[in-house]
Design a protein around this ligand. Structure first.
Ligand SMILES: Nc1ncnc2c1ncn2[C@@H]1O[C@H](COP(=O)(O)OP(=O)(O)O)[C@@H](O)[C@H]1O
Ligand SMILES: [Mg+2]
Length: 241
C-alpha cells in the first residue's frame, strides 16, 4: 500500500519517475517500515538512489542500492544478495564511524538493499556536495576534512572513495557519506602489514582526490606525511617498524 500523500504525488505527477522501478522502490521503503512517507528522489547514482523520506514527520535519507540497473555492463540482474551485503556493509561502517564521533549521517536501519540514515539538509534543500560549493574560507574546511579522516580512521574506518563528491557541507562542517567501498582497520587480522598497506593506499588516494578540489584555492594537504601519521596510529602492533 502506498502512503496517501505519495499516491497523490504520483497521481498528480509531482513525483518524478526517474527509474522504471521507482514505484516498487517506494512501496518497498514504506512496506519495510524504513519510512512512513517518501518525499522524492535526492539523487540517482550509478549504483544507488537516495530518497528523501519522512519517518512520522521527521526527515530521513534512504539509500537504495539498485538491483537491476547498475553500472555493471551486460545488463544481467545483480542479485539482491550482493546489494543487500553492500547496504549492510555501508550501514556497519557508518555505525562505527558515527560511534567514534566522526561526522557521518547517523545510520538508522537497514533492510535488504535499503539503508536509512540521518538526512543532512533543511526543509528547502539538501546539504550540497563540497564539489558544488565555492568556499569563502577554505582553510578551516580543509583542516576539518583532515581531522574527519583521522577521526574515522581512529574509529576503525577508512573511506574507500573519498573526494569532494562524497563530502557534504552541512551547518558549516564537512560530513562524510558514501562508504560502501570503505575499509575496516579496527581489526587488522592475520596479515596486518597488508591491511595497513591497503589502508595507506586508500588514504593516499582519498587525500589526493581532496587536494584536486582544493587546488583552486591554492591549498593542499601534505599527503604522504598525513597518511604516515594516520597509519602509525593504526599500527598498534608496530608491524611497519
Ligand atoms: N544523508 C544524506 N542526506 C542528504 N543527502 C544525501 C545523504 N546521503 C546521500 N545524499 C545525496 O545523495 C547523493 C548520492 O549519495 P552517495 O551515498 O554518494 O551515493 P552514490 O554516489 O553511490 O550515488 C549525495 O551526493 C547527496 O547529494
Ligand atoms: Mg557518492
Amino acid at each position: 500500500m502506498l502512503d496517501k500523500s505519495v499516491q497523490w504525488r504520483i497521481d498528480s505527477g509531482s513525483m518524478r519517475f526517474e527509474e522504471p522501478g521507482y514505484r516498487t522502490t517506494v512501496e518497498g521503503i514504506l512496506a519495510t517500515g524504513l519510512a512512513t512517507e517518501v518525499v522524492g528522489l535526492l539523487s540517482a547514482g550509478k549504483e544507488a538512489d537516495v530518497y528523501l523520506t519522512r519517518y512520522h514527520g521527521g526527515p530521513l535519507a534512504v539509500k537504495v542500492y539498485r538491483l537491476y540497473r547498475t553500472s555493471h555492463r551486460g545488463g544481467r540482474p545483480v542479485k539482491l544478495d550482493r546489494m543487500s551485503w553492500l547496504a549492510a556493509y555501508e550501514f556497519e561502517l557508518l555505525r562505527m564511524a558515527w560511534k567514534g564521533g566522526a561526522r557521518v549521517p547517523t545510520p538508522a536501519k537497514r533492510v535488504e538493499n535499503m539503508l536509512a540514515m540521518r538526512y543532512l539538509g533543511d526543509e528547502d534543500r539538501a546539504a550540497p556536495r563540497l564539489q558544488d560549493v565555492r568556499l569563502d574560507d577554505p582553510e578551516p574546511a580543509l583542516a576539518a576534512i583532515v581531522d574527519g579522516v583521522v577521526q574515522m580512521a581512529v574509529a576503525g574506518v577508512v573511506h574507500g572513495d573519498l573526494s569532494a563528491f562524497n563530502i557534504l557541507l552541512y551547518r558549516g562542517e564537512p560530513w562524510f557519506i558514501d562508504l560502501p567501498d570503505g575499509f575496516r582497520v579496527d581489526r587488522l587480522g592475520a596479515a596486518p602489514w597488508r591491511r595497513l598497506q591497503q589502508a595507506s593506499d586508500l588514504l593516499t588516494r582519498g587525500l589526493t582526490a581532496v587536494n584536486v578540489y582544493f587546488r583552486k584555492y591554492g591549498l593542499s594537504i601534505e599527503v604522504d606525511g598525513t597518511v604516515a601519521r594516520i597509519v602509525e596510529r593504526l599500527d598498534r602492533r608496530g608491524v611497519l617498524k
